[in-house]
Design a protein around this ligand. Structure first.
Ligand SMILES: *Cc1c(COP(=O)(O)O)cnc(C)c1O
Length: 407
């Protein structure tokens, strides 16, 4: 298999323009440098690439198809296509980078994968990869989220992972990050902190993007086979930005392809704490070990953020997205809770596909573009399936869509 991980950025210090880099304690930097060195070797190693390709095919079920959503297309008078990452094993794109990081950890002789998780999606994907390659797995999770996201907690236990509660503060994602970082510092030599998106210090934004680039590489080939050309528009939702970078990475040099990222404006874009639209409302700063746009509170600390899609509520964003925004290669817009839930039902009822609420944001963005008369085809990255969201959606929004919430 040829090496498909060739991109001009980041530079050797992990910068995309002024964004990225590594802002971590010096004692950790040595260990992270070892990860960078190990990754730079294996990304050229045909045996590693073949092993990963084999797992993508036979374990994840890749290539994921592209589906021409004809009913949705007919309704809005344009051609809308879906890249079906929802059909992957474990139900979303996250398995792509979890498997890559698990294999890397194994090759480096690490014994354990650790990570934080909010809604549990990254935790489940990582616990899955750990079980497969034979590594221990510790997942840190806020006590509040442990109660709220019970099915994912059960899944992680079944998969053999240890779920460690974060019991301080608001007991949610931010505290889970602190706890996981604490756990990592206790033994960074035998553990690998597997990051859940294109964020964190170098090399993680590059590495996670590379593992996700399978999405764009497949899509480019499949779309050409289906239509004979390139898509005119790509749309992806942005939490940390990994599913978007995965799709976009194959098309960055194709000037005719318009790239659209979609951030959550939650309940209100103009009120701090009621959205998670980092690139739209944030400013450059450093958090979690890297420089990027971020949402800060008055003290300069990460803002509390909100979206109906828990996978999108992160107060920073992958550094490559900050760079792509500044050079205007990607346009970032916002979709609010209501538009996302509308799109959730519309895709379910027009195409028989229940999307993750995260992915429904991208669907809503595409529908809005079509309504506004955007010319040409639109390829949406359907990053995940909605099984995890059905009870929440019916309980909170069912009535508006003709469903009795007492089902
Ligand atoms: C986690 C998640 C996201 C957001 O993460 P990105 O890194 O921005 O891709 C989007 N969709 C689904 C289904 C997710 O699970």
């Amino acid at each position: 298999m040829k090496n498909t991980f060739q991109h001009p950025l980041p530079d050797k210090d992990g910068y995309f323009g002024e964004y990225g880099g590594s802002f971590i304690p010096p004692e950790l930097q040595t260990i992270i440098d070892e990860i960078t060195d190990a990754y730079e070797k294996i990304r050229e190693d045909p045996a590693f690439l073949a092993e990963l390709a084999d797992l993508y095919k036979h374990y994840v079920g890749r290539p994921s198809p592209i589906f021409h959503a004809k009913n949705l297309s007919a309704k809005y008078g344009t051609d809308i296509y879906l890249k079906r990452e929802d059909l992957n094993h474990t139900g979303a794109h996250k398995i792509n980078h979890c498997l890559g990081q698990a294999l890397l950890a194994k090759k480096m002789g690490k014994k354990k994968l650790i990570a934080e998780t909010g809604a549990g999606q990254h935790g489940v994907a990582l616990a899955t990869a750990a079980a497969l390659v034979g590594l221990k797995c510790d997942i840190y999770m806020g006590e509040v989220d442990i109660i709220k996201e019970h099915p994912n907690v059960v899944r992680m236990h079944i998969l053999g992972a240890k779920v460690i509660p974060a019991t301080h503060g608001r007991k949610t994602l931010k505290e889970a990050v602190d706890a996981a970082f604490g756990g990592y510092l206790e033994d960074p030599v035998t553990q690998l902190y597997a990051i859940g998106s294109v964020v964190g210090p170098h090399p993680f934004p590059m590495m996670v993007r590379d593992f996700q680039s399978i999405v764009g590489n497949e899509a480019k080939k499949q779309f050409a086979e289906m239509t004979g050309g390139l898509p005119d528009n790509l749309v992806a939702c942005i939490g940390g930005g990994s599913n978007a970078m995965g799709l976009f990475s194959a098309f960055l040099d194709d000037e005719s392809v318009k790239l659209m990222g979609c951030e959550p404006s939650g309940r209100d874009l103009d009120t701090d704490g009621e959205h998670a639209a980092t690139l739209t409302k944030g400013e450059p700063g450093v958090m979690h070990g890297f420089k990027s746009y971020m949402l800060k509170d008055k003290e300069g600390e990460p803002q509390e953020v909100y979206s109906v899609a828990s996978g999108l509520d992160y107060p920073s964003v992958g550094p490559q997205h900050s760079y792509l925004k500044d050079i205007k290669r990607v346009i970032y817009e916002t979709v609010d809770d209501k538009e996302a839930i509308d799109a959730f039902f519309e895709l379910s009822r027009l195409e028989g596909i229940i999307p993750a609420i995260e992915s429904a944001h991208a669907v809503a963005q595409a529908v809005r573009m079509a309504k506004n008369g955007e010319k040409g085809s639109i390829l949406i990255n359907l990053s995940g399936r909605g099984d995890k969201d059905i009870d929440f959606v019916v309980e909170n929004y069912g009535k508006d869509y003709g469903i009795d919430s007492e089902l």
